[in-house]
Design a binder for this molecule. Structure first.
Ligand SMILES: [Zn+2]
Length: 393
């Protein structure tokens, strides 16, 4: 983690800034005698930052960073600490990101203060009315065994389980429809969830940010810490939550792609439809994202309402055409800024990419073949030498 670089380091690295959330850039506002402590104060109990409406940084980062605050700031008011830490974290954003973040914040505030929610109860986490009892029990037990009891792993790294209650799915679709109607009536321009889906809405834009942060932290993190620990799942700290729609007059299908996430939760909310299967084509690193799939990586999955699929964001996937009806899904892209920061410095072979693994195996085989060839050659020379010596004596 690079929070602790000096302010001059951060200025120097401004030109290298590319796309990650935690990185250098901009002018420093840190007062020299109020520097962060190199070693965290692990005896200090950080505040809760769950309700914080930061566009770029999750509550986890604020909690971790608080332990590094100058000792005279540890007991300051929460507002003062937030202001101080936000000042530091903002240094890691490019001016374009800061601008985008500010615009997004204004856009959200405008919508949240004007949009009248239809089902207010959805906006705060109510586990017993949101989740099926088996899922809640497994999360409360919080062991790999308890998770595996309710989950199937139909292909390596892809987990399927029943998660949401039918009533919750119904209400969330109805809230989304209500929001779409309001957007249409008020002629509000909304941002679509991503570059590939032309229908749907970002749930964080109309008030779901706190509820989804809780969903990630309390219900997805326990699973991702067990199943995706090596690939960012141990440190999820921000999310992007949205609804996508497929069917008549909507998106029909979704081509093969990877998500901008470490862990993706994809829950089918309804309604009645045919087609729309998900297809998976193996994990790939940035370098190998367009390479062929091997037969063992090809996997198709039929989704049904209430059912969740959990997979790594780099697991290539898509959705087949929804032939009839209306298919609505809830997506939660869970991200880890720590993992992304570490990945920037990891070069070469990637342990989870199917193509990196294939290349490594190929190199191993070539090496073994070459070693065999050399040893055969040595044996041949020794024999020839022995024969020659016999003939000469
Ligand atoms: Zn690779």
């Amino acid at each position: 983690m690079s929070f602790l670089r000096s302010s001059s380091d951060r200025r120097k690295s401004a030109s290298k800034a590319t796309r990650s959330t935690v990185r250098g850039g901009g002018k420093s506002k840190i007062v020299v005698n109020q520097r962060l402590q190199l070693n965290p104060d692990n005896n200090h109990q950080p505040e809760s930052y769950e309700d914080l409406k930061s566009n770029h940084f999750g509550p986890w980062i604020f909690r971790e960073l608080e332990k590094h605050l100058p000792s005279n700031m540890l007991n300051a008011s929460r507002d003062k600490k937030v202001k101080y830490m936000s000042g530091i974290l903002d240094e890691y954003l490019s001016p374009a990101e800061r601008f985008r973040g500010q615009k997004q914040k204004e856009f959200r505030q405008k919508i949240i203060s004007n949009y009248p929610p239809l089902h207010k109860e959805l906006y705060t986490m109510h586990p017993t009315t949101f989740f099926v009892p088996e899922f809640l029990r497994a999360i409360n037990d919080n062991t790999e065994d308890s998770f595996r009891r309710i989950m199937s792993e139909p292909a390596p790294g892809i987990f399927a389980f029943e998660m949401l209650q039918p009533r919750f799915c119904e209400l969330l679709i109805s809230e989304f429809d209500n929001f779409e109607r309001w957007v249409h009536d008020q002629k509000v321009r909304v941002m679509r969830p991503n570059t590939m889906n032309h229908y749907g809405a970002v749930l964080d834009d109309f008030g779901f940010q706190t509820m989804l942060a809780k969903l990630m932290e309390d219900f997805i993190c326990p699973l991702s810490k067990v199943f995706y620990a090596e690939t960012g799942g141990a440190n999820l700290d921000s999310h992007h939550g949205f609804i996508v729609e497929y069917g008549n007059n909507r998106d029909v299908d979704l081509g093969l792609h990877v998500d901008d996430s470490e862990v993706t939760l994809n829950v089918c909310l309804g309604t009645k439809f045919s087609g729309g299967d998900l297809f998976f084509r193996g994990m790939r690193c940035e370098k190998h994202v367009n390479t062929e799939s091997r037969s063992e990586e090809i996997f198709d999955y039929s989704h049904f309402p209430g059912q969740a699929v959990l997979h790594h964001g780099r697991h290539r996937h898509g959705a087949r055409a929804t032939i009839s009806g209306h298919r609505v899904n809830l997506l939660l892209w869970c991200r880890s800024s720590v993992y992304r920061e570490i990945r920037k410095y990891q070069k070469g072979f990637c342990s989870w990419c199917g193509e990196c693994k294939r290349e490594k195996e190929e190199r191993m085989h070539t090496l073994i073949d070459n070693t065999k060839l050399v040893s055969h050659y040595v044996i041949f020379i020794l024999h020839a030498h022995a024969l020659l010596s016999r003939k000469m004596t």
